[in-house]
Write a protein that binds this ligand. Structure first.
Ligand SMILES: [Zn+2]
Length: 311
């Protein structure tokens, strides 16, 4: 279509400017990568009275829904409260297969065209869920519009755009999401870890990334147990950890707890893993002091070993 005109707006969408921007268009497609922006776009669409074609993708899964269209629900009707920030996996942490975003993006474009041409959308009040691994599409029926919705309900409390980063407790980007779950005393820098590695201080390095990432690259001396296995208290995984801790303890005579340093890609999952280790009863893995390595293996790659792959 040679008559299509693209107008790029460079910069992040902000509450200050979002409504003015959204009002200029008839249909909005949300392709954003973070929770605060999803609430911002949805609220702006409700306040401006525009349909929202919303797509999202993570790893091997994608979702598509159309909000605020012909009496259907808005994003807030379905998700009145944002998820706790430490439960959200974004594409920078979890990764996404490019073809999955391509498929969801094409479906979004199709719904935009159907709405623009008056054919209507198939996804108002429905969510399409795409599972790339199983090669399966499913449609699920969504809850209808909520009469008590904070923005599209009968007596809304949200009548202008807010501070969505404060509302969600996270940044409106998937790039700088550094969680702060542990006190400073429970964390070490990559430089500190390198120093104790050079000094041959007895310890266990625990790598909690998913299997697929550990296959890309790893520190050779690390024990690999994915975070998921720790969260599930997987018996076999805990036994492997306990065995490694026992072996390492035999190198030391003293009775002080053995340090276990936990590493992941960026230093978020490692903090969750440290919390789990701290909560485990002593008989599970013995007496240890668990600490997290700030910035994870990507900090290792940029600050310690430039030959370590960045992905
Ligand atoms: Zn609503």
């Amino acid at each position: 279509n040679s008559a299509v005109q693209y107008v790029p707006y460079r910069g992040a969408l902000r509450p200050r400017s979002a409504l003015r921007l959204v009002r200029q268009y008839d249909i909005v497609a949300d392709c954003s990568d973070n929770v605060p922006t999803r609430y911002l776009v949805s609220d702006a669409c409700v306040l401006a009275g525009k349909p929202l074609v919303s797509g999202s993708a993570l790893r091997l899964e994608g979702q598509l829904a159309v909000y605020n269209y012909r009496g259907g629900p808005c994003y807030r009707c379905l998700f009145p409260r944002p998820p706790p920030p430490d439960t959200v996996t974004n594409c920078a942490d979890g990764g996404v297969l490019g073809a999955v975003t391509g498929i969801i993006g094409c479906l979004q474009a199709l719904e935009v065209l159907k709405i623009a041409s008056g054919m209507g959308s198939s996804f108002s009040g429905y969510m399409l869920m795409f599972d790339a691994l199983e090669g399966r599409f499913r449609n699920i029926k969504l809850r209808p519009r909520r009469a008590d919705c904070a923005v599209c309900g009968d007596s809304p409390s949200v009548t202008c755009l807010q501070d969505y980063e404060a509302f969600c407790g996270s940044c409106a980007t998937d790039k700088c999401r550094a969680l702060q779950l542990l006190p400073g005393a429970d964390r070490v820098s990559v430089q500190q870890y390198k120093a104790l590695l050079d000094a041959r201080v007895p310890h266990v390095l625990l790598d909690v990334r998913p299997q697929v990432e550990a296959e890309i690259c790893r520190l050779p001396h690390a024990l690999h147990v994915p975070l998921r296995c720790l969260q599930d208290r997987d018996h076999e995984s805990l036994q492997r950890l306990q065995k490694r801790i026992c072996e390492e303890k035999q190198r030391t005579d003293d009775q002080t707890p053995l340090p276990v340093y936990v590493v992941c890609k960026l230093g978020n999952d490692s903090q969750k893993a440290v919390k789990i280790l701290q909560e485990l009863p002593a008989e599970e893995i013995g007496s240890v002091v668990a600490k997290d390595i700030r910035g994870g293996l990507m900090a290792w790659a940029t600050k310690i070993d430039s030959t370590f792959p960045q992905y």
